[in-house]
Design a protein around this ligand. Structure first.
Ligand code: TNX
Length: 537
């Protein structure tokens, strides 16, 4: 009889599971495991928060959320050992959790978040997602147990602040979104043909001249007509104090910032201020006013290396990131082909061609960066002519660069435009989309991407550090449009970067869990693209 009862009970449990309409309780990214139980925890003004280190960054973040965003609670954090009507935030009991992992337990008596460092922070993010969207005097949270940790160590999103400039406030809003969805790297594209955006004390003309261009693009938000320009100068840059402030803001949310300084291409703006860094200083250079790939590139002279090393010295002093992005993409070699200096250098160094010269360029920069205890990362063109010994590669022109780099035992971040990771492309019916660079990458496409290409062996797949989405801003000139292009694709990115493959389901993601998140985005004033499955905006 007891066997019968056991069979009955287990099949009952399976049936209940199969019918669970929301197996991940609305959480994005889907956690590794979630077990529901019965009952609720009621959070009220009387609920105590206790933490083993009340001044921990994650604890302070949660305290601020409760006190200011929710106003449920006076949010005074104590060191204590209460067991009822309490939220306990602790790093105890986390020895067996994988890196960045956490455990969240909700019973009618208490809520416990266990995690170390970013793990505790992510447990808190999950807990915050369980709060009802609307404020009330009390909040009822469902009893459950979550055990969770990320699939990849690098979970990133890039913002191009060169084609269009975005305020510190907007950059922080972008970082807020990354934090809410457990992404841990913000790639800050700081220099390009159309503008240099970081103050470098040793080279004031970079902010006086290179940060400005002669024309402003007008009419580029939700506008389907081609862009037009007026004659008002356009520009902007971040002071080093502002940069330090953003770095701290990100670090408080367990986000590393990977700064990018482009070389040898995408450097028209720098050459406008310092033409002596080009191969032909007699020409005039200006900060680009339109989009595309430009022939103006740095010349591999000692003067250029001294300049770039000075710039990188200031960048490294500001940013604690292990990886410093040195660009490396889209550098046409015409200027080098026409330069007697470059041709002599190629002969002297016994190089095969201009691609090998670019490789020499990047390797020389790598030595400098490595000597400062950091590593370089570059776009996949840095593979051409031979990869620098310790470089990591961002695979953007497809998966091929990433595959080749992993096969050569180099770390890789997958960000292929071919697989939906270029979120400057449209995301809906092309006839209804605002002007964009082209392409169409709907939510389902980015969602279905697996960052570990089948061409790699299990051993080689270990070199895939993670995945990133890129938001280039040629056609994005307003904060609203940044959000519109980013959302909700960022949520799909978070799930491909964090969740185990076997927990992924586009149906569950888009139909069951996403609507609650769209409501949260609405409530917080974020603009977003309504996924086609739900209805055009
Ligand atoms: C290619 S991705 C670029 C960018 C453009 C982007 C537009 C990469 C390394 N280079 O300069 O903004 O395409 O989608």
């Amino acid at each position: 009889a007891s066997l019968m009862l056991f069979v009955l009970l287990t099949s009952f449990a399976i049936v209940v599971n199969a019918q669970d309409a929301d197996p991940y309780s609305g959480i994005i990214p889907a956690p590794v495991s979630l077990k529901k139980s019965t009952g609720q925890f009621v959070l009220s003004q009387e609920t105590t928060i206790q933490a083993d280190s009340p001044s921990n960054k994650a604890v302070l973040f949660f305290k601020d959320y409760l006190a200011n965003k929710q106003a449920y609670n006076k949010a005074i954090v104590i060191k204590g050992a209460r067991t009822s009507n309490v939220i306990t935030l602790t790093s105890a009991g986390t020895e067996n959790l994988p890196a960045e992992g956490y455990r969240l337990t909700i019973t009618p008596q208490q809520i416990t978040v266990e995690g170390k460092g970013s793990g505790l922070f992510y447990g808190i993010q999950t807990l915050m997602q369980l709060f009802p969207a609307e404020r009330a005097a009390t909040a009822k949270l469902p009893c459950l147990e979550v055990e969770d940790y990320p699939r990849f160590g690098y979970r990133g999103a890039m913002l191009d602040v060169c084609r269009h400039f975005f305020s510190v406030e907007m950059v922080k809003r972008y970082i807020d979104l990354l934090a809410a969805y457990k992404l841990n790297n913000f790639h800050w594209h700081l220099t390009d043909d159309q503008g240099w955006r970081i103050e470098i004390k040793k080279y004031p003309k970079l902010t006086q001249i290179s940060s400005m261009r002669a024309q402003t693009v007008i009419g580029n938000y939700h506008d389907r007509t081609p862009q037009q320009f007026d004659n008002t100068p356009y520009g902007g840059f971040y002071t080093q104090d502002q940069i330090r402030d953003v770095i701290k803001y990100a670090a408080d949310r367990y986000i590393n910032i990977v700064p990018e300084i482009e070389m040898p291409g995408h450097s028209s703006a720098a050459l406008a201020a310092y033409p002596e860094l080009s191969c032909d200083p007699s020409k005039t250079y200006k900060t680009a006013e339109t989009w595309g790939v430009f022939p103006e590139i740095y010349c591999p002279t000692d003067k250029t290396f001294a300049f770039l090393q000075d710039v990188l010295t200031e960048v490294i002093a500001l940013f604690p990131s292990k990886y410093i992005h040195i660009g490396g993409d889209e550098a046409p070699k015409t200027a080098w082909k026409n330069s007697p200096f470059c041709q002599q250098l190629i002969k002297k160094l016994k190089l095969k061609d201009e691609d090998a010269l670019q490789s020499y360029f990047i390797q020389r920069i790598e030595k400098f960066v490595n000597a400062k205890g950091r590593n370089i990362i570059g776009w996949d063109e840095i593979l051409e002519g031979g990869l620098a010994p310790n470089a990591a590669v961002m695979s953007w022109r497809g998966e091929e660069g990433g595959i080749a780099a992993a096969q050569q035992k180099h770390n890789v971040i997958m960000t292929p435009g071919s697989h939906g990771l270029y979120i400057d492309h449209g995301q809906g019916k092309p006839s209804q989309e605002p002007l964009s660079i082209g392409g169409n990458e709907p939510l389902s496409k980015i969602y279905s991407y697996d960052p570990t290409p089948e061409a790699l062996t299990a051993e080689q797949k270990k070199y895939v550090m993670g995945v990133q989405a890129n938001l280039w801003t040629e056609y994005i000139g307003t904060d609203n449009k940044v959000e519109f292009m980013l959302l909700p694709r960022l949520l799909a990115l978070s799930e491909i970067a964090w969740s185990p493959l076997e927990n992924k389901s586009f149906k569950d993601f888009s139909e069951t869990r996403l609507p609650g998140h769209l409501a949260w985005l609405d409530k917080n004033g974020f603009d977003y693209h309504v996924p086609v499955a739900i209805g055009a905006k």
